[in-house]
Design a protein around this ligand. Structure first.
Ligand SMILES: C[S@@+](CC[C@H](N)C(=O)[O-])C[C@H]1O[C@@H](n2cnc3c(N)ncnc32)[C@H](O)[C@@H]1O
Length: 276
């Protein structure tokens, strides 16, 4: 049965309040296809019943989280779009590492890590190309709103199809081990990243001044005000010589004037416009 306008609006508000994700009119099909299985898992026949039960307060707060999780889009892949990772490796990290060589500390944050391919791609770049920082204090945080995705990140387990997408064979051999039909990231690499739940539209926990922030393919789901708020916070969090990476369809333009696009082709890489 098609979702009613009332139920759609109710769910739209719930998802927005919890995650800032905007479900525009026309996304009814998405809500139906993602929430019908959830309703069934909860022992209900339809989305209508699910909404009814929420309105009657029949579930704890846990149901809101489940609904948000179901409505997130988790599309990702290793070294997605290639260029950002090339820019990180060739343009951003070498001068940063040079400047941090007295302090011997580097702070990185991947703010919408989905199932982990993005932070693990960065971890592989660090290992492969910068042996001189192997003894440094590397604070590498990766976060997402979805606990299911964070569980996947922590396990670091990927199917053959997932490793076929973007991961060079040399890296597969070096950093993964066979786990039945799947591939698991080796412990030595898994241990380099601290995975934690952070809702970008909620209060953020303490994070150190960041040298590198990846915030890719997540602002596209938010409205202008939310994008502005998040970019303002990132602007304050980023070191004056740090770098922010955004997705191919994203930009800071008209959202925050204190970021400048770097000249590196198709990298989605920004730096602070007027560092103080
Ligand atoms: C399309 S994936 C992007 C993954 C990766 N950054 C990439 O570009 O390949 C978007 C991720 O953003 C997460 N997300 C959505 N809303 C969020 C929020 N309010 N706070 C934190 N993460 C959120 C989703 O759970 C999802 O894993």
């Amino acid at each position: 049965m098609a979702i009613t306008e009332n139920d759609f609006n109710f769910l739209k508000k719930l998802v927005y309040d919890q995650s800032a994700i905007v479900l525009e009119t026309g996304k009814e099909y998405l809500v139906e296809s993602r929430l019908q299985p959830l309703a069934q898992k909860e022992g209900l026949k339809s989305i209508e019943e699910l909404v009814q039960q929420i309105r009657l307060n029949k579930f704890g707060n846990g149901i809101n989280k489940k609904i948000v999780e179901a409505m997130t889009t988790n599309e990702t892949s290793f070294f997605r779009d290639v260029h950002p990772f090339e820019t990180l490796k060739k343009e951003i990290l070498p001068p940063l590492i040079e400047k941090r060589k007295i302090r011997q500390e580097l702070n990185l944050w991947c703010g919408a890590s989905s199932s982990g391919q993005e932070p693990y791609s960065i971890a592989m770049i660090l290992r492969e190309n910068f042996p001189q920082i192997s003894k440094w204090k590397i604070n590498f945080y990766a976060s997402d709103i979805s606990q299911q995705m964070l569980d996947r990140c922590r396990k670091g387990l990927y199917t053959q199809m997932e490793v076929n997408r973007g991961l060079p064979a040399t890296m597969l051999v070096k950093y993964f081990q066979r786990q039945g039909p799947d591939w698991q990231i080796k412990d030595e690499l898994r241990r380099t990243i601290l995975f934690r739940e952070i809702n970008l539209c909620g209060p953020w926990p303490y994070l150190p001044k960041m040298d590198v922030v990846f915030l890719r393919n997540v602002l596209i789901y938010f409205d202008v005000e939310t994008k502005k708020t998040i970019l303002n916070k990132i602007n304050r969090l980023l070191s004056p010589d740090g770098a922010l990476f955004m997705g191919a369809a994203e930009s800071t333009l008209n959202l925050n004037e204190n970021f400048a696009r770097t000249p590196y082709k198709q990298s989605g890489c920004y730096q602070i416009a007027s560092p103080t």
